[in-house]
Every structure is written in structure tokens, then in C-alpha cells.
Design a protein around this ligand. Structure first.
Ligand code: FAD
Length: 396
């Protein structure tokens, strides 16, 4: 079998893999992007993505932002704790940005990126290409994939896994630490009697966090709860579902009047202890899969893609062994360490702090929310983590 060679092979053309491909399109590099699914237009994924201000700046830089069908600005974030007093309100003034973030739909973003990747003249984009094996024990990385009944093999100076985390265990030295939250997220679009345009709600309940994100004139619901509870909720008729949602959310937007199709997602925390191996690196959900509370996962994955492209661009293209040398990958890993660690601890602590059924802890959490609301520097810190990640980013 003849093996074509590329500078970079990206496995997984989800939003993070495509962002990296787009960030690399102007460099003098040969890039192959392999995606198991069919063309993005055929993919329907209903999950909403709350994009931070930092992510919006990256998507603008990549030329994706202007092609998005719809994005709804978040002008207020309201955080509360079910059954307890205390809440926090974050506004753009807390962080000095025009909007706290934007809500887009996964498939809208995926479709726009797909169109742009197809137009990228120096990108080789292959869909229906299921990668079955990767090897990193050879001088160059080797990738085997199946496409239209054929088996193909390619080599890469740098293999980037952006596949959500299925193939990394084939790479020497990469191990995951996993925690199963034993929770499911139910996702659906809902309408309310008294919508509050621009306000995103994050409400902590003993069962798990519940988010309502403004999406056009509707709200995108992400409601997390124990697996058995979610199975019951998914079977409810619409009116009982909306009634139970109202019981958990309260009266802030009056009654809920409509719910669209409901989907569910299992929730785990998974992160690789090291993100690089010989001529290989993990980005996005392949490097870390987080609980969706506070909408950090894609934002963090997008920063992975952006920073990797920037690390690659620092080295002149004809440098022997680049891209993908041990030195380059070590520099990238160092650069990403603190942002990843903080985002992981931030989301995991939020889930654990607000779902422990101990009245003292619960009261402290509520006191914490009140205190946070009264302390501008602390609020600014939380706002910055949600908006930029650890580094207080500015993509200037
Ligand atoms: C309910 C829910 C709500 C969320 N809300 C938010 C939010 O508000 N904000 C936020 O920032 N994040 C959010 N997230 C997280 C976000 O969805 C993920 O972080 C993001 O989708 C990760 O993108 P990715 O490209 O790394 O992985 P994925 O989206 O999983 O894409 C991986 C791609 O790799 C392909 N692939 C897999 N295996 C192979 C293979 N063997 N060969 C070839 N291709 C392969 C897949 O087909 C897929 O296209 C949410 C997640 C959930 C579950």
C-alpha cells in the first residue's frame, strides 16, 4: 500500500478539528483532515454552544463568525441556587466586554465551518473517512482509515487527534483519568411567557445544574440530572415536562409554553494526563471532556486549536523535523497546562459544590453566591474565567 505523506494529519473534523484546519490554511503546509461522518450539512446536533467573548474573537479571526446563520448575544448571566437565597448577576461591565458571550447552535457552527474547510484550497478534507488505527512508534506517525470500502494509510510529521477521545489510547504514554458523573443532560429548545432577552440563566439544583441560554426568541435548555431521573423526564408529555422545569427554575420567566424535540447526552469528566506523544498531540474533547456547566468545553477546545496553530506557525516551515518535534510539542503542552487545569477544576468544582446534599455546604454555597455578588473583584475573576479562560485573553 503506498503511503502519502502530509505535514499534519488531523483526525476528527468536529468543530475543534475544523478550527485547527482553518487556522492552518494560510501556512505553507500540507494538511489532511479526516472525518468519520458524512458532509457536515447532513449532521444535525441540537446542542447549544455558549461561546465566550474570547471564542468569538478567535472565530472572527478565522473568518467563521460572519458566516454564522444565528448568534444570540448574552448580556446578563444570572446564577442562582434552587431552594436557597443568594444569586449572582454578571454583566459585560464586570468584565469590560461588549457581550458576555454568544449562543450558537452546534450544527450551525459545524455547517459554516464545513463550507469554509471545503473552500480551503490547500486543505485535503475527507469525509466518510473512519480512522481505525494510529501508530506513533515509527519515525513518522501512521494513520489507517476506511473510506468507501477501501483501506488507506497515510503518514504525518504531526498527528493531531481531535476525535473526541476514542483513539488516544493507541498512543504510547497517553492515559485518561475519568470520572462518570452518572448524569445525563437533556437538551431542548423551550419558550417562556416572559422571556428576558439576552439573559442566560445557570441554576444549581440538588439534581444538577440547569442552564437556559437565549437563542433567538427561544431558550436553549441544558438540564442535567441523574441518569434514571433523565430517563423519566424524557418520557413525560410536553406539558408535564414544562411544569417540572418550571418547578425547578421558578417564576423568573413566567410559565414555559413550548418545548421542542428533546435529546440527551451522557456526562463524564475525562482528561488525558499528558496531551502529547511522539509526533502526536490531542486537542479539544480528545484532550479533555468536561461537564457542560458554565459552557467551557468547546471554548477550551477552540483555544487548544488556536494555540497549537500559533505554536506551529512560530517555526519556519523548512525547519528539519517540523512540525511535530518533541521540542515543539513540549512547548505547546506547557503553554496549555494552566488554562486546561483551571477550566477543569472550575467546572468540576461547580458541579460538586452545588449538588452536595448537605445543608451546611448548601448554605455556604448560597452565602458564597451572595458574597460573590457583593465583591466586584471576585465577580470579575469568575467573569474572566467564563469569558477568556485562565489567561485573560486578548486576541488583538
Ligand atoms: C449538552 C452539552 C452542552 C454543551 N454546551 C457547551 C457550551 O455551551 N459551550 C461550550 O464551550 N461547550 C459546550 N459543550 C461541549 C462541546 O460540545 C464540546 O466540547 C465540543 O463539541 C468538542 O468539540 P470537538 O471537535 O473536540 O469534539 P466533537 O464535537 O466530539 O467532534 C469529534 C469529531 O471527530 C469525529 N471522529 C470521531 N472518531 C473518529 C474516527 N475514528 N475517525 C474520524 N473521525 C472521527 C466525529 O465524527 C466528530 O465529528 C457542551 C456539551 C454537551 C454534551
Amino acid at each position: 500500500m503506498s503511503e502519502q505523506q502530509f505535514d499534519i494529519v488531523i483526525v476528527g473534523g468536529g468543530p475543534v478539528g475544523m478550527a485547527l484546519a482553518l487556522a492552518l490554511r494560510d501556512y505553507d503546509l500540507t494538511v489532511l483532515l479526516l472525518e468519520a461522518r458524512a458532509l457536515p450539512e447532513k449532521v444535525d446536533d441540537p446542542r447549544p454552544l455558549a461561546l465566550s467573548h474570547g471564542s468569538q474573537l478567535i472565530l472572527q479571526r478565522l473568518g467563521i463568525w460572519k458566516n454564522l446563520v444565528q448568534s444570540t448575544p448574552i448580556t446578563t448571566i444570572h446564577i442562582s441556587n434552587h431552594g436557597h437565597f443568594g444569586h449572582v448577576i454578571l454583566t459585560p461591565e464586570d468584565a469590560g466586554v461588549p457581550a458576555l458571550g454568544y449562543v450558537v447552535n452546534y450544527h450551525d457552527l459545524y455547517h459554516s465551518m464545513g463550507r469554509m474547510v471545503r473552500e480551503g484550497s490547500n486543505l485535503d478534507y475527507q469525509t466518510n473517512a473512519l480512522v481505525t488505527a494510529v501508530r506513533t512508534d515509527l519515525p513518522l506517525a501512521q494513520v489507517t482509515y476506511q473510506q468507501h470500502g477501501m483501506t488507506r494509510q497515510v503518514r504525518a510529521k504531526l498527528l493531531v487527534l481531535a476525535d473526541g477521545g476514542k483513539l488516544a489510547e493507541q498512543i504510547d504514554g497517553i492515559e485518561y483519568q475519568t470520572h462518570d458523573y452518572q448524569q445525563t443532560a437533556i437538551v431542548a429548545n423551550v419558550r417562556a411567557e416572559l422571556p428576558q432577552p439576552g439573559t442566560a440563566y445557570e441554576r444549581f439544583t440538588l439534581n444538577g445544574p440547569l442552564a437556559l441560554l437565549p437563542s433567538g426568541d427561544e431558550y436553549a435548555l441544558v438540564w442535567t440530572m441523574p441518569i434514571a431521573e433523565a430517563a423519566k423526564k424524557l418520557k413525560l408529555d410536553d406539558s408535564h415536562f414544562l411544569q417540572q422545569l418550571h418547578e425547578q427554575f421558578g417564576d423568573r420567566m413566567g410559565n414555559f409554553t413550548h418545548v421542542g424535540q428533546r435529546s440527551s447526552f451522557p456526562l463524564i469528566l475525562k482528561h488525558a494526563s499528558g496531551i502529547a506523544g511522539h509526533r502526536a498531540v490531542l486537542i479539544g474533547n480528545a484532550a479533555q471532556t468536561l461537564h457542560p456547566v458554565a459552557g467551557q468545553g468547546f471554548n477550551l477546545g477552540l483555544r487548544d486549536a488556536w494555540e497549537l496553530a500559533s505554536e506551529i506557525s512560530r517555526v519556519p516551515p523548512d525547519t528539519p523535523g517540523e512540525p511535530g518535534s518533541a521540542r515543539m510539542l513540549a512547548a505547546y503542552s506547557r503553554r496549555r497546562q494552566s488554562d486546561k487545569r483551571t477550566s477543569r477544576i472550575f467546572t468540576d468544582s461547580l458541579v460538586k459544590l452545588f449538588t452536595v446534599d448537605l445543608s451546611l455546604v448548601q448554605s455556604c454555597s448560597s452565602l458564597g453566591l451572595t458574597a460573590l455578588d457583593c465583591l466586584p473583584p471576585a465577580k470579575r475573576l469568575v467573569a474572566h474565567q467564563m469569558i477568556f479562560g485562565t489567561k485573560g485573553w486578548f486576541i488583538g
